[in-house]
Design a protein around this ligand. Structure first.
Ligand SMILES: Nc1ncnc2c1ncn2[C@@H]1O[C@H](COP(=O)(O)OP(=O)(O)OP(=O)(O)O)[C@@H](O)[C@H]1O
Ligand SMILES: [Mg+2]
Length: 271
């Protein structure tokens, strides 16, 4: 067994079909990028289901296997929000300020710093899907003495321009094309329940860090990675011969996205 896989550990085999198939690579690459940003993400590996010869991402669960031995469980943030959701609007409102209130009420350690990293991570990878079932809490202990912490950032596949088809990537995008594309990127969350709805990636970060200038050092540290470090990751990914290939041109596209988002964040945050 490869040394990065562990016995008595649960894994999730995650696949997406058709035009979403590249999401498996986004999971794997987001995990590799997490080391550059110093953000906790569950390990995600390239894998093949040998019974069907299909490729997917193998994602390490937050708890061991078999389930009977579980001491930790994941609870979606949505489970603590049901009463807040407006009738007829699935999962909304869903906003940063109320997310922080829930984290504090449950006693999760350091929610402000956690969200600082989360919104920067989602901005850097262009994730558009951090809805209230795509973040949550790990609960340990017994009913009487439960301990809540924020789970590592899972479900990172809806990112990195996964839906852009190969034909559009044949020629490298120029700065104008990339800038126009990045401007369309948004978080799933709003700022507050009164200002709910998907919010542009950059503007949510600017608002959050302007309101919390003491956290700017987190942003500064997360935005120090180099283009070469990202190139190394995407070049590594392009070497795998699996049923869902990761093309060189897609790697270049991802690397260009990361560099452009880092530079735009630095400028917007005056770093
Ligand atoms: N590392 C993990 N450990 C434990 N549970 C996990 C982990 N990653 C994901 N899950 C659980 O599995 C569910 C599905 O995973 P994920 O969100 O990545 O896939 P998805 O296909 O996007 O699902 P959905 O469309 O419901 O969001 C999550 O909502 C979460 O409950
Ligand atoms: Mg999900």
């Amino acid at each position: 067994m490869p040394d990065f896989l562990r016995l008595n550990q649960g894994y999730l085999f995650k696949q997406a079909a058709g035009w979403q198939a590249q999401q498996m690579w986004c999971e794997v690459i987001a995990y590799e990028l997490s080391f550059l940003f110093n953000v906790a993400v569950p390990p995600a590996f390239v894998s093949i289901d040998s019974s069907s010869d299909q490729a997917g991402a193998l994602i390490e669960l937050f708890y061991p296997y078999p389930a009977a031995k579980r001491t930790i469980r994941l609870v979606h943030a949505a489970d603590f929000m049901q009463r807040n959701f407006a009738g007829g609007s699935k999962g909304r409102p869903h906003a940063l300020r109320e997310n922080l209130v829930i984290c504090r009420a449950l006693g999760a350690p350091d929610p402000l710093r956690w969200w600082a990293r989360a919104i920067l991570f989602d901005t850097l990878i262009g994730n558009t899907d951090r809805h209230s079932e795509n973040w949550g809490f790990l609960i340990e202990g017994t009913q009487d003495a439960r301990h809540f912490s924020l789970a590592p950032l899972y479900d990172n596949g809806t990112s990195l321009g996964y839906g852009t088809n190969d034909a559009k990537l044949a020629n490298r995008w120029d700065e104008r094309q990339m800038t126009a594309y990045l401007a369309k990127g948004h978080h799933d969350i709003g700022w507050s329940k009164n200002e709910d709805g998907p919010t542009p990636h950059l503007s949510l970060c600017v608002r959050f860090f302007t309101a919390n200038p003491g956290l700017m050092e987190i942003a500064a540290a997360m935005l120090t990675f180099t283009n070469e470090q990202v190139d190394e990751i995407v070049e590594w990914a392009a070497q795998f011969n699996v049923p869902v290939l990761f093309q060189f041109a897609r790697g270049r596209f991802i690397s260009d996205q990361l560099g452009a988002r880092r530079d735009a964040l630095r400028e917007a945050l005056k770093l």
